[in-house]
Design a protein around this ligand. Sequence first.
Ligand code: NAD
Length: 462
Amino acid sequence: MNDHMEMMRRSVEELRLTFKSGKTRGVDWRKTQLRGILRLIHENEDTLFNLLQSELGKHPVESYRDEIGVVKKSADHALSCIDKWISPKKGRLPLAFFPASGRVLSEPLGLVLIIGSWNFPISLILDPLIGAISAGNTVVLKPSELSPQCASFLANMLPTYLDPKAVMVIEGGPEVCNQLLQYKWDKIFFTGSTKVGKIVMAAAAKNLTPVTLELGGKSPAIFDSLPYSDLKVAAKRVASGKWGACAGQACIGIDYMLVEHKFASTLIEQLKKTIKRFYGDDVKTLKNHSRIINKAHFDRLRSLLEDPAVAKCIVYGGSFDDTSLIIEPTILLNPPLDAEIMNEEIFGPLLPIITMDNIEESIEFINSKPKPLALYAFTKNETFKKQILAETSSGSVTFNDTMIQFLCDDLPFGGVGQSGIGRYHGKYSFDTFSHEKAVLERSFYFELEPRHPPWNNTKLEF
Ligand code: NAD
């Protein structure tokens, strides 16, 4: 083992000792750390805006909405709820156990590893951290190497604001991540691709370590015919959610849309108008639009359009600027269903629209693919809404909007099937990083003798 790896191993062991010391269990310690996160965000807001601008081209409004504001909201929420969360919950017991009491205690799991992705490099690290700290764990954070400035910011600044003996950032890529996965953790929380999620889960299985896997996939949006006034609003929500959140590099961004043939041209015209108003129509001067994280992802997206059968389906956009790594918002109409763009997660500003005779067919289309992280449906038809809920499975369903489900503390956030395991946000984050310990306490009064041998024919009733 080289010196760097050995140092890393020792640092991780120190965090285990901190957990054993018991200091992270105290509610005052937890609140101090949560306030530390709030101070970190507050005192470094401008620095964070600059980093996110430089690394991903994010507009400060976007950075606030998707990163800084998210963390602030979650930390505020945790601070206001933590006393309630940690209080024991009463458990009702069968009458036959009387006199006895039952309760459920939430205890921290221990030393946890949080692995992050690059598209929301601040919130996807700090948001799970809020859950892990609220639950009283010690934490190692491994941000993505593809957003190195944000990763270094966290590595340099977190020790100033949080207890460095309990929270540590380790920078590095897959090699470091794989090394970390060799250690024994009490929980691994991973945000990233389904492919790497499988690596994480296989490593965790060796120690039966529980995992939360926040993965991705192809999130569909069903678009029913709408009257013009609603269409205008819906187009804004689609354009904002698809192109205004990290240029489509978002796990819950719309991957593709499903619409009836007869409504497709109306929808596309409205989307075009909205795109022009929100972002402009020249790739060189696009505004309010993030860039692609790096050249490799830029080329990956370009190659999706290089297939001639796909390229001829472009009905809007399709320009690439190699210098700025910006791709114009792009709409495709009916690309071949066996093309890569319809089978791999797009994770960029390309939007295929698939048409069908009848919007109800969208359910079968969605069910022919792995269960998505998010399912969006724009419709006013209550029967159709019920049908979608009853006949499809996805991490979440959002009617008539996009992305905002991520901002709701009382809604669990997570996938199902290929799109993930587990959930977080608000109390769900606290629970994700806790063990709910069942405690039953009896007195020595009264004994239900028939439970003990020697047994006769008396039937036990609870
Ligand atoms: P990724 O899986 O490539 O990387 C995620 C993390 O795993 C990074 O920290 C990286 O260093 C590490 N890693 C990468 N390759 C590894 C390997 N071979 N062995 C061990 N560790 C490795 O994902 P990404 O490119 O950072 O993010 C994009 C994916 O993440 C998309 O699929 C997206 O949908 C998903 N995502 C999901 C959520 C969510 O909340 N569900 C949020 C953001 C992104």
